[in-house]
Write a protein that binds this ligand. Structure first.
Ligand SMILES: O=C(CO)COP(=O)(O)O
Length: 126
């Protein structure tokens, strides 16, 4: 039997409402997966969908992006959904870039906006 899929969810502050709505809309598919999320994002996802299996890591600026990156490096993430805010400077921009870099290095499907995330979940739900 193949192991349960693992999905990482992250959203910058301006995109958190979008992430909560996305989680609610796709709750049935997300319920099949183990979810890792950065701290605040995970809290918002759990508020929207309390029954999901969400492990909350540190908040992004405090190391959460790096924790997700480490999980990618150890082969524990199958899909990264990261709603990025391209209009706000981030103090932890280097961490954001490092995470995206690892997703590319390990060839993990990565959605950086909602439109792409919907497509990826369509495939994951098949
Ligand atoms: O900053 C983030 C990603 O770079 C997200 O972290 P939070 O989910 O804790 O806000």
């Amino acid at each position: 039997m193949s192991r349960q899929k693992c999905i990482a969810l992250i959203a910058h502050d301006e995109k958190k409402d979008d992430m909560a709505a996305f989680a609610l809309q796709n709750e049935a598919v997300l319920a099949q997966a183990k979810i890792f999320a950065t701290g605040t994002t995970g809290g918002r996802v759990l508020e929207a969908c309390p029954s999901l299996d969400v492990t909350r890591l540190k908040s992004g600026p405090l190391g959460g992006d790096q924790q997700i990156g480490a999980l990618i490096a150890t082969g524990e993430v199958d899909l990264l959904i990261f709603f990025v805010d391209p209009l706000t400077p981030m103090p932890h921009d280097v961490d954001v870039k490092a995470l995206m870099r690892l997703a590319i290095v390990y060839d993990i499907p990565m959605a950086l906006n909602r439109a792409t995330a919907e497509h990826l979940l369509d495939f994951a739900g098949d």
